[in-house]
Design a protein around this ligand. Structure first.
Ligand SMILES: Nc1ncnc2c1ncn2[C@@H]1O[C@H](COP(=O)(O)OP(=O)(O)O)[C@@H](O)[C@H]1O
Ligand SMILES: O=C(O)C1=C[C@@H](OP(=O)(O)O)[C@@H](O)[C@H](O)C1
Ligand SMILES: [Mg+2]
Length: 178
């Protein structure tokens, strides 16, 4: 690989799951920025938010992204909020191919509703929160270099396979094919 491939998008879009599968297919290193933050802190994301707050988490997230993007090319899955900070976007754009995994609201909701790992959804109306979050974030996500519409009903494997086909077709330089 010649450039990082950086997955962005909403919670539940499949960044972590599809990123791992994409890296496996490419024989590339896979890193999830949330996992990096959790292992460095020896705490879960939920614990970091509860103890130190979101702003502290966002600083750790930017630090981790700086470190990961300075390392040799890999597949990087970000957390859903990473793309919203201008400095993160600039860094990702300079060093990698940004890929928005675009997934419709109902699918996102069905994936995140059963899990209590996402502190930003601990509200009185989590579906409403997710809906508003998607509306306000969509204009930012849509500025990714590659917008990839995930087909509802596709498995993680099928999604990774279609994504790889698309990257080969439109951004072969990422894969070291000149
Ligand atoms: N294409 C898919 N098909 C079925 N399940 C998926 C798909 N993508 C993700 N999932 C599941 O949805 C949940 C959220 O995925 P995850 O990769 O953690 O999303 P993100 O990192 O974008 O928040 C996980 O349980 C994952 O296994
Ligand atoms: O959307 C967000 O702001 C967040 C998404 C989460 O990652 P996933 O998108 O992998 O769930 C995690 O970084 C944190 O809970 C904040
Ligand atoms: Mg994730």
């Amino acid at each position: 690989m010649d450039r990082h491939i950086v997955l962005i998008g909403m919670m539940g879009a499949g960044k972590t799951a599809v990123g791992g599968e994409l890296a496996r297919r490419l024989g590339a290193r896979f890193i999830d920025s949330d996992n990096e933050i959790e292992s460095a802190a020896a705490m879960t994301i939920a614990e970091i938010f509860a103890r130190d707050g979101e702003e502290f988490f966002r600083m750790r997230e930017s630090e981790v992204l700086r470190r990961l993007l300075a390392a040799p090319p890999s597949v990087i899955s970000t957390g859903g909020g990473a793309w919203l900070r201008g400095e993160n976007r600039d860094l990702i754009r300079r060093n990698g191919l940004s890929v928005w995994l675009n997934v419709e609201l109902e699918t996102l909701w069905n994936r995140v509703r059963m899990r209590s790992t996402r502190p930003l959804l601990k509200t009185a109306d989590p579906k409403g929160t997710l809906t508003q979050m998607l509306e306000s974030r969509r204009p930012h996500y849509s500025t990714a270099e590659l917008v990839f519409d995930v087909r509802g009903g596709d498995s993680i494997d099928q999604t990774a396979s279609r994504l790889l086909t698309q990257i080969r077709a439109t951004h072969p330089e990422c894969l070291g094919v000149k």
